[in-house]
Ligand binder design. Structure first.
Ligand code: HMG
Ligand code: MG
Length: 308
């Protein structure tokens, strides 16, 4: 069978409340954000990236990070990581009582400067002690590497560059590394090229894939990732998202669309697709427009592959 060697189970890492809402023109009220985060966790998503402790002037949409977390109800088995750019961000995250963080760096010099006001070397020097400090405080730490397939300022990125930087982040102590197609230009051939280079240096069990669906290739890229053995995928409920410092970046792969594909392939996730769709529809009411997710718009349908 064509798809018989795919993983049996996949971890879906939800980024909608952070990557989705950081890119909305309007600031979503804190209570509505909290309901969104909470609903996604109750739907069975094991990790819901709740917000970020970046500079509030840079991303005003998430300036209420501490208030959001203050009244978040813990749910057994669910982590709520937060994005942290620097020591100040970690200090704020620790004060808020988080149990997990995500640090971020880029695979290109220009994107690093636009997104974090610092060179590649400076950002790597900055995240190394952050990872160590967070782990010493007992936190689970993920790292993001952005623009792994291409940069809006520099064009294509060499897979070997991605592999070298990945090895650095893992040896710095990141427990999971998410490779980002920040501007949504990857295709399955590019996924194979990058993963082949990375797999030579880093165990693929520690790799997550983070696709933006700007050109409609995100699900095809996931299928390539599955065929190559990657078992963690980032997705955003409703397909919202993008990086304010990545011109041309549009929505993340929608969680509903990813779950529909995975269910159809017979891959377990433990996530309730209908409950994720309901969370998306509620958020769409708040932001006053339909979410980009195809599944959310089209409505329920039992994945054919899942029918006995
Ligand atoms: P900066 O302005 O260079 O900061 O920003 P600085 O270190 O020069 O400090 C200036 C002032 O800001 C100081 O205050 C600091 O205390 C304060 P002052 O002494 O002048 O009163 N400050 C802070 N305040 C609150 N929280 C902080 C913080 N840090 C400094 N964390 C910085 C540097 C990195 C903070 C800024 O560039 C920043 O916040 N950038 C984040 C941009 C961002 O959030 N981008 C989107 C996320 S990445 C993404 O979406 C990609 C991803 O999804 C994966 C993918 O798709 O590829 C993850
Ligand atoms: Mg992103």
């Amino acid at each position: 069978m064509l798809f018989s060697s795919l993983p049996e189970r996949v971890k879906v890492y939800e980024v909608g409340p952070r990557d989705g809402l950081q890119n909305e023109d309007q600031v979503v009220p804190t209570d509505a954000k909290r309901r969104f985060v909470q609903a996604l966790a109750r739907a069975g998503l094991p990790l819901v990236e709740a917000t970020s402790f970046v500079h509030p002037k840079w991303v005003p949409q998430l300036a209420d990070a501490a208030a959001l977390l203050a009244d978040l109800e813990p749910i057994d088995g669910v982590r709520f990581p937060v994005l942290v750019p620097n020591a100040k961000g970690l200090e704020r995250a620790l004060e808020a009582g988080v149990d997990s963080i995500a640090v971020f760096v880029a695979a290109s010099e220009s994107f690093s400067r636009k997104n974090t006001n610092a060179s590649l070397a400076e950002t790597f020097a900055r995240v190394r002690p952050l990872i160590a400090e967070a782990k010493a405080a007992g936190l689970w730490v993920r790292a993001y590497l952005s623009v792994c397939w291409g940069c809006p300022y520099e064009g294509p990125i060499a897979p070997e560059t991605v592999a070298e930087l990945s090895e650095t982040l893992i040896s710095d102590g990141a427990e999971e590394l998410s490779l980002g197609d920040t501007i949504g230009i990857a295709d399955p051939t590019g996924v194979e090229r990058v993963l082949s280079a990375v797999a030579a240096r880093v165990p693929l069990e520690q790799i997550a894939l983070h696709f933006h669906d700007t050109r409609g290739t995100a699900l095809a890229n996931v299928l390539a990732g599955l065929q190559l053995g990657v078992t963690t995928y980032d997705a955003s409920a409703g397909g919202l998202g993008g990086c304010p410092y990545a011109p041309g970046a549009s929505g993340n792969l929608a969680t509903e669309d990813l779950l529909y594909l995975l269910a159809g392939l017979g891959i377990e996730t433990g996530v309730d697709l209908a409950a994720v769709r309901a969370a998306t529809l509620e958020l769409a009411q708040v932001i006053g427009r339909p979410a980009p997710s195809r599944y959310a718009a089209a409505g329920p349908w039992e994945p054919l592959g899942a029918v006995e």
